[in-house]
Write a protein that binds this ligand. Structure first.
Ligand SMILES: CC(C)=CCC/C(C)=C/CC/C(C)=C/CC/C(C)=C/[C@@H]1[C@@H](COP(=O)(O)OP(=O)(O)O)[C@]1(C)CC/C=C(\C)CC/C=C(\C)CCC=C(C)C
Ligand SMILES: [Mn+2]
Length: 392
């Protein structure tokens, strides 16, 4: 969708960075995750406003506070007899230009169709209200990612990200800057989507500007939460939990978080060579050292037995996050399950492709071929129909 240009105006620096949504390949910063020990989450919901308020706790504990907060919001909403979308639509009708709003959502759908075709098709199974809300979230995430990952990334400064965050605050308060923001502004007024995951995604972009190494998996986990786990937390309030689900809201959010982490870890494992050529190593430094590997080994890009063994562990960990995520998909509203299953199965197969490439993720890009992609779609559909409860 070559025509879509986005901008972040920098009044002080007197620069207008045009952000094109065009490139799907080429330069990119990476997002990732860790060894999934089933941690006992004893953390209480507290008054902290940020996932990083107390550095003494593990990243997983800090992130879980956001999960609990988002889950609490949804529960509150459920108590009030869930979403009265019709009434919300009537209110919007009175307050906004209905046609403009519809057009804004349509444009979000167009962007989504252009950049994430399979996912877009999946959203067509959802109710029209939910579908367009997911599109609006998708577009905001894509634009946010493009700030640090797109063709104009070199113009992006921490201050530009501050302005993007201010814009987010404004749209949450009903003051959108443009059509895409207007669609999201409407979405967050109708669904119980907390602002924190959005703010945390911007924080992830800040991290990408200043950090190119991760000392431990704990550090990487937080990064993965920021740039991908957040997507799960933003999406579930819109996709909805099945009314017949017996799972706790927290456990569904936990699964959604796990899917984001799994996707990002996979993304990192796929792009090791590409990232290294840009001076970036997302793999935990301590784990590399324990495997007898250094940054130089990665820059050299030789597939050795040490590397294979290291990669096997990394892939195992990513799969554990996918397993965790799988338990939650069947708890979603029936119409929302198919796109989630499809994206889970497709992304998970990238790990198989890395294995099939004999762990050469330095010079060979692991990808899922068209035939396998198409074969996954009915499988995803079948799983979406099954919907047995695996969480409590
Ligand atoms: C059904 C579904 C997938 C819904 C999510 C829709 C949505 C709002 C997507 C936004 C994605 C986005 C643009 C994120 C910005 C950051 C980013 C690019 C993250 C990477 C995605 C992969 O994209 P790509 O391969 O294009 O990466 P590059 O830009 O090339 O680097 C990520 C790796 C992560 C995205 C995270 C998800 C899709 C998590 C989705 C989780 C759920 C929908 C929760 C499902 C619920 C349960 C209970 C399991
Ligand atoms: Mn990207």
């Amino acid at each position: 969708m070559a025509g879509v240009l986005l901008w972040v105006i920098s009044p002080k620096e007197n620069a207008t960075a045009l952000l094109s949504l065009i490139p799907r390949s080429g330069g990119k910063q990476k997002r990732s995750s860790r060894l999934c020990s089933r941690i006992k989450f004893s953390t209480k919901v507290s008054a902290i406003s940020s996932a990083v308020a107390n550095p003494a706790r593990s990243s997983e504990e800090k992130v879980y506070e956001v999960v609990l907060k988002q889950a609490a919001l949804v529960k509150e909403q459920r108590k009030k007899k869930a979403l009265d979308l019709e009434r919300a639509a009537e209110n919007s009708d009175a307050l906004t230009d209905w046609d403009l709003l519809n057009e804004a959502y349509d444009r979000c759908g167009e962007v989504c169709a252009e950049y994430a075709k399979t996912f877009y098709l999946g959203t067509l199974l959802m109710t029209p209200e939910r579908r367009r809300a997911v599109w609006a979230i998708y577009v905001w995430c894509r634009r946010t990612d493009e700030l640090v990952d797109g063709p104009n990334a070199s113009h992006i400064t921490p201050r530009a990200l501050d302005r993007w965050e201010k814009r987010l605050d404004d749209l949450y308060e009903g003051r959108p800057y443009d059509m895409f923001d207007a669609a999201l502004s409407d979405t967050v007024s109708k669904y119980p989507v907390d602002i924190q995951p959005f703010k945390d995604m911007v924080e992830g972009m800040r991290l990408d500007l200043r950090k190119s190494r991760y000392n431990t998996f704990d550090e990487l986990y937080l990064y993965c939460y920021y740039v991908a786990g957040t997507v799960g937390l933003m999406s579930v309030p819109v996709m909805g939990i099945a009314p017949e689900s017996k799972a706790t809201t927290e456990s569904v959010y936990n699964a959604a978080l796990a899917l984001g982490i799994a996707n990002q870890l996979t993304n990192i494992l796929r792009d090791v060579g590409e990232d290294a050529r840009r001076g970036r190593i997302y793999l935990p430094q301590d784990e590399l050292a324990r495997a007898g590997l250094s940054d130089e080994d990665i820059f050299r890009g030789q597939v050795t037995d040490k590397w294979r063994s290291f990669m096997k562990d990394q892939i195992k960990r990513a799969r554990m996050f996918f397993d965790e995520a799988e338990k939650g998909v069947s708890e979603l509203n029936a119409a929302s399950r198919w796109p989630v299953w499809a994206s889970l199965l497709l992304y998970r197969q990238i790990l198989d492709a890395i294995e099939a490439n004999d762990y050469n993720n330095f010079t060979k890009r692991a990808y899922v071929g068209k035939a396998k992609k198409f074969a996954s779609l009915p499988v995803a559909y079948g799983r979406a129909l099954l919907g047995t409860s695996k969480l409590s």
